[in-house]
Design a protein around this ligand. Structure first.
Ligand code: PMP
Length: 313
C-alpha cells in the first residue's frame, strides 16, 4: 500500500470506529432520588450523552443519513437540510462533516448559545428563525427553501422520516430489553419528534405487550424544555402515532429544573433539562407501583445548558 492509500485507510477506520460508537449506552440505576419507593420498584435511565455527538439524536441522525445514502436520496453534491432544536443538528453536522456532506440547519434564534456555537464549530450553515415562531418557524423556512431549490437539498425531515423512529426500533429498544434481562415493565420517554418513543416503544411492545409505554409531556405550550414538544398545541410530527404509547404524564417545567439539580447533587449525574423532565415522569410512574422496572431516557448532558442561569442558581 502506498502512503496515500494507507492514509485513506486510516481515515476510513477512524470513521468506522466513530460510527460504531453510536448506541450501546449505559443503563444507570437511580439510587437516591428514588428513596421512598418500595424495594421491588427500580428506576433506570439510559445515559445518552455517551453517544459520540453527545445525545440521543445521534441514533436518529446517523440512521437518517445512512438510509438516505443507501436509497440514493443523498448523492455526492447534495446538501442535507433540516430544522432542528439543536441535538439532531449537532449529530447531522458531526456525521455529515465526517462523510463530506454539507449541512444546512434552520433553528430558532433563541436556541441556547452553546448549541449555536457547537453547530458553527462543526461547520454547519445556520439559518436562525424568529424566536416567537418556535420550531414551527424553522420548519416553515425549510419548506420555502425546498420549494425554491428542490434539487439542491436532501430534506432529512426528522419529524416525518421513518428512519428516525426505526433507529430506535433497532437500537434503543433492543438495548433496553437486553440490559434489563427482559424485566422492563414500564418505559417512559419525553417526546420531541417522538422518534424515541415510537421506535423504542414499538420494539418493547413486540417483545412483551404487557410493557407499559408512557410519554412525557410539558404541561403547557411555552415550556422552555429544549428538545420537547407540547403535542396538544404544536403541529404533530408525521411519525407520531398517538396509539403507540399507553398514556401521557405531564411535567411542570419548574419540577424538571428542580430534578436536574437533584440529579447532579444526589446522583452525580450532570444532565440536560429534558432528562430532568424524564426523571420526574419516571418517578411519578414508579410511585404508583408495588413492583416493577421503570426505564427512562436521559437524552443529553448539562453542558449545553450552562448559560441557563435559572437552572444552575
Ligand atoms: N430531549 C432532548 C434534549 C432532545 O434534543 C430531544 C430531541 N428533539 C428529545 C428530548 C426528544 O426526542 P425525540 O425527538 O426522539 O422525541
Amino acid at each position: 500500500m502506498n502512503t496515500l492509500t494507507l492514509e485513506k485507510e486510516k481515515i476510513r477506520l477512524q470513521e468506522d470506529n466513530y460510527f460504531t460508537r453510536v448506541g450501546n449506552t449505559p443503563l444507570l440505576p437511580l439510587r437516591r432520588v428514588t428513596q421512598g419507593l418500595p424495594p421491588s420498584v427500580s428506576v433506570y435511565a439510559k445515559a445518552e450523552w455517551f453517544n459520540p455527538a453527545g445525545s440521543i439524536k445521534d441514533r436518529a441522525a446517523l440512521n437518517i443519513i445512512q438510509t438516505a445514502i443507501g436509497n440514493g436520496d443523498l448523492p455526492p453534491g447534495k446538501r442535507l437540510l433540516d430544522s432542528t432544536s439543536g441535538n439532531t443538528g449537532i449529530a447531522y453536522a458531526t456525521f455529515g462533516t465526517m462523510m463530506g456532506i454539507p449541512v444546512t440547519l434552520a433553528l430558532p434564534e433563541n436556541a441556547s448559545p452553546e448549541r449555536i456555537a457547537i453547530l458553527r464549530s462543526l461547520g454547519a450553515d445556520l439559518i436562525l428563525t424568529e424566536a416567537s415562531e418556535g420550531p414551527e418557524g424553522s420548519m416553515k423556512v425549510v419548506r420555502e427553501m425546498l420549494k425554491e431549490e428542490p434539487e439542491k437539498y436532501f430534506y432529512a425531515n426528522q419529524y416525518g422520516n421513518p428512519a428516525n423512529w426505526i433507529a430506535h426500533y433497532h437500537s434503543t429498544g433492543p438495548e433496553i430489553f437486553s440490559q434489563t434481562g427482559g424485566d422492563v415493565t414500564h418505559f417512559v420517554a419525553v417526546m420531541g419528534t417522538s422518534g424515541t418513543m415510537m421506535g423504542t416503544g414499538r420494539y418493547l411492545k413486540d417483545q412483551n405487550p404487557q410493557i407499559e409505554l408512557v410519554g412525557g409531556q410539558p404541561t403547557k405550550p411555552l415550556h422552555g424544555l429544549e428538545g420537547m414538544q407540547h403535542m396538544a398545541s404544536a403541529i404533530q410530527p408525521d411519525i407520531y402515532d398517538v396509539d403507540v404509547h399507553d398514556r401521557i404524564v405531564e411535567v411542570e417545567t419548574a419540577d424538571a429544573y428542580e430534578m436536574v439539580r437533584r440529579l447532579g447533587r444526589e446522583e452525580g449525574l450532570f444532565v440536560g433539562l429534558s432528562s430532568g423532565a424524564a426523571a420526574v415522569a419516571a418517578l411519578n410512574v414508579a410511585r404508583e407501583l408495588d413492583e416493577g422496572v421503570v426505564v427512562t431516557i436521559f437524552p443529553d448532558a448539562g453542558y449545553k445548558y450552562l448559560s441557563n442561569e435559572k437552572l444552575w442558581k
